[in-house]
Ligand binder design. Sequence first.
Ligand SMILES: Cc1cc2nc3c(=O)[nH]c(=O)nc-3n(C[C@H](O)[C@H](O)[C@H](O)COP(=O)(O)O)c2cc1C
Length: 375
Amino acid sequence: MSKVEVNEHTRSIPIRFKDLEYQAKQLLEEKVFVYAESGAGNEETLNDNRKAFNRWKITPRFLKDVSEVTLNTMINGQAIAAPIFLAPVGMQGIAHPDGELASAKAAASQGIPFVSSTVSSYSLEDIANASDNGNRWFQLYYPNDVKLATSFVKRAEAAGYGAIVITVDMPFIGNRERDRSNDYSPFLQGSGIANYAVDPVFQQYMQAKQNPNIVEEMLPYFYRPALQWEDIDHIRKAVDLPIYLKGILHPDDAEQAVNHGIDGIVVSNHGGRQLDGCIASLDALPFIKDRVKDKLPILLDSGVRSGPDIVKALALGADAILLGRPYLYGLTIAGEAGVEQVLHNIIHDLKTTLALSGITSIQEVNGSLVQKIDK
Ligand SMILES: Cc1cc2nc3c(=O)[nH]c(=O)nc-3n(C[C@H](O)[C@H](O)[C@H](O)COP(=O)(O)O)c2cc1C
């Protein structure tokens, strides 16, 4: 695995999540930082995502040779350097002018897949060009128009994206009370229009309406309250790429995903940004794993901050995790170098955690490594 050189520039990027968060807070306008940091409603789920990790503890084994620890793994036949993805985070231009171009390049340099959001600040084609050799997946916020949805995924396929990740937990936007108090939405300010602006189907709609305001025209399409399984089946038929569903929390939905021939799921509550009061992703994971067993890969996000967190998720049934806010803060602080450093640090932490647990490869991690404690 390639290593990030720690040079003068990267040395100033904090190692600890709390410090990353603090520095990002100093750099961003208050309402922009709140948009990134906050969760929906009372932030019960946002906080519970962290508490869930604290309820599980690793029981290490010793007197094993851990001089060589490998992190590489396979997801649906795709080799990745470590069981880590960069989660789809929209509108990264609000954090740093290089936005997704920087994040995608940093991910590629570490052999980590980058999941690119529908509402990115750069078009999916520009992101692909910037991160030539990288493994990129495209996240679909299913527009309220099947023709437009089809156009997006076909563009992603043509641009070399390796999978489509359909986010299913946003039939409506969550009740983000802190953003509402600040009267702030980067979306309404036009930070996430790049994929729409260059889309041939959307351009036809714009021309027909003769309205030069892209944001206004996007609004009715942005999410699809009536999204159902038949819409997912439609996308499966439209492209030859593996299809993942992001936002699965109920074992019944996971089972239905298997029945619909879905290639993988992301157990996620959107980092606590959608349904407040819903189950922490890590708490949902063992029930989902128990139901679908090894019938499809299971990824997990929401609250992952460290190597031990990753090991706990893997022990409870995940094949890999996605990181959200940590890399967004790295991007804010130092663009591409910041994201690289965040990845470097978590990879280092994962390696150390495995070695100190008596484990030498990702494939060895299993449920016997963790125990739930009463808290
Ligand atoms: C600022 C921000 C923007 C996000 N944008 C998207 C998005 O465009 N699409 C999506 O599916 N999820 C989006 N998410 C959710 C992430 O993909 C992921 O589920 C979440 O950040 C993981 O939790 P973590 O931040 O605690 O690691 C966003 C999250 C944040 C913090």
